[in-house]
Design a protein around this ligand. Sequence first.
Ligand code: NAP
Length: 311
Amino acid sequence: MPEAEKVIIIGGASAGLTAGIYTSRAKLEPLLFTGEMYGGQLMMTSEVENFPGFPEGIQGPELMERMLRQAERFGTRILYEKVEKVDFSSKPFRVFATSGEYLAHSVIIATGARPRMLGLESEKALLGHGVSYCAVCDGAFYRDMEVCVVGGGDSAMEEALHLTHHASRVKVIHRRDQLRASKIMQERAFENPKIEFIWDSVVEEVLDVSQKKVTGVLVRNVKTGEKTEIKCDGLFIAIGHEPNTEIFKGQIELDEMGYIKVRDHVKTSVEGVFAAGDVHDHKYRQAITASAFGCMAALEAERYLSEKGIT
Ligand code: NAP
């Protein structure tokens, strides 16, 4: 059996890396599992304009790389692998990763959330063949082509605006007649001549599975019931997120949407297990708030370990 770590951090994006910075500076020698890739959702973002300290903005991947280096600088041990199972039923806690089993006196969960899917068979079939959840990753494939974006929030506006750098036309399909996005993002989208809005509409089918490529979408107007085919070469879906909590089901309390339930900001239903970032916070979802929760979780883990006499 391996010796128990003082703290294991599961997740290597804003929340997890910040927890790494704080716990390593506190000499807790954290072990951090990044999952398949570190950096999380910011790796799919281009310019981050609202992270304090970067008045000119910073690229999402660069911000993540800087956080990673900062965590390593103070001794955070980073393992680039996935945690597949946990057992929080007894102490020390058990964490099963790709390379084997690890023990921990405390755990910080910072596994974040992932893009939500529409749930259509044709969406699944054309994933990677014109259906995408990341304009920054795939936008360049659509130079001078027409694309559709689904959603009415900040993510959808961000995707649409990014796509205008590549595509000739961007059609935003939204299920209501009003956007959820912030005023500034709405204004930018409305002012962009390449962006067009298709209101009160939902995508019923992505075309054309038989051709193994996106040729358009079939949309239904939710007010009139009318169905229309809209031509496009790519479909970008930006309709929110789902928490990455599958491995914690039955181990800690989750809410009805699958997010981790917390009290005192970061404490889960199991003493010694903390949650930080989008995995519990579906309200703010910002890099800065995820980092702030990572900091809180680290401070609470430190307090918990010291109360238990584990130093
Ligand atoms: P969001 O704010 O939850 O918006 C999701 C959008 O998708 C909504 O317009 C929603 O419609 C629509 N939607 C949800 N499920 C759908 C479905 N099954 N079919 C069709 N449409 C569906 O999510 P988000 O845009 O990802 O943003 C999440 C958070 O991150 C927000 O707090 C946002 O401010 C923040 N964010 C900020 C920035 C930035 O500041 N640059 C960038 C990205 C995200 P309804 O409006 O009808 O509910």
